[in-house]
Design a protein around this ligand. Structure first.
Ligand SMILES: [Zn+2]
Length: 273
């Protein structure tokens, strides 16, 4: 039995995160969005609508990580996601998987403003595209009013952020493992079958539900290396079905989890470096 207190007194939380990774990814790499490089467009045409239907069927709120460039291309889709009750969070302008150097703060602010303008609500969460961060990242996000970062791979549980040497009481790190609960490394590097990915997700669900109770799933609704296509989307559908069978599990957005963690840090863990 853990000693943690999750929202609503739940034994475990499941945070479903959808990383749209639309044409912003290919644009950021300087690729024409044609042929093999058109798979980001699949997210907008098929993937995101498919996941909206699935989440509505299950009655589950999710966090959608969006690039600023994709929000410019598909403002109506962004508003549809937001109107369905899901969280819109930031994921770079053109999915910068590299260090933009001194230009990083301006780039973070640009995406922040685009998302806020398009959906009418400012994002409070960020996940690094490709996991890259610099010493400029967190101070900039904090200045813009963010409350969480979902990029770290260094813990099984949330923890309070340290910025400029100070443990923060208004900014939390919500780690994701980006291995066994993330579709991309399984399909792309691991060349896994959908049945193997489902098994990986279910293995984590079982052990984490009985352990610390923090389950952070990352899926990408694009074609190619994501889970947009029907057989791969069905893996996520089955995972949600299995998780929902447990009445002691609660589905929460990362924003809601961050707010819970920040409201009473002492109830779920000690601050650590
Ligand atoms: Zn991404």
């Amino acid at each position: 039995m853990n000693g943690f207190s999750w929202p609503g007194g739940a034994r475990a939380v499941v945070c479903v995160t959808i990383h749209m990774d639309g044409p912003a990814v290919e644009a950021g790499l300087g690729l024409a969005p044609l042929g093999i490089n058109s798979c980001g467009r699949y997210s907008a045409r098929r993937g995101v609508p498919r996941y909206l239907d699935m989440l509505a069927r299950h009655g589950i709120p999710a966090t959608f990580f969006m690039c600023g460039y994709d929000a410019e291309l598909y403002p109506e889709l962004m508003r549809e996601v937001h109107a369905a009750g899901h969280e819109i969070a930031a994921h770079g302008y053109q999915h910068e998987g590299w260090d933009p150097g001194d230009g990083e703060p301006a780039l973070l602010e640009k995406t922040h403003n685009i998302l806020a303008d398009v959906v009418g609500e400012a994002p409070v969460g960020w996940c690094s595209p490709s996991g890259r961060k610099s010493f400029r990242t967190l101070p900039t996000l904090k200045r813009l009013g963010y409350r969480y970062d979902a990029s770290e791979k260094d813990d099984d549980l949330p923890y309070l952020a340290t910025i400029d040497g100070q443990v923060q009481d208004d900014f939390v790190i919500l780690p994701n493992n980006t291995v066994s609960l993330d579709d991309v490394p399984l399909y792309r590097q691991g060349q896994a079958l959908p049945s193997e990915v489902l098994q990986s997700f279910l293995d984590e669900l079982e052990v984490l539900r009985q352990g610390d109770g923090y389950i952070h799933l990352a899926v990408h609704p694009k074609a190619s290396w994501g889970s947009g296509v029907p057989a791969r989307a069905r893996v996520v559908d089955r995972f949600l079905e299995e998780a929902a069978r447990h009445p002691d599990i609660r589905f929460v957005t990362l924003r809601d989890l961050a707010d819970h963690c920040l409201a009473s840090p002492g109830s779920w863990r000690e601050p650590r470096q």
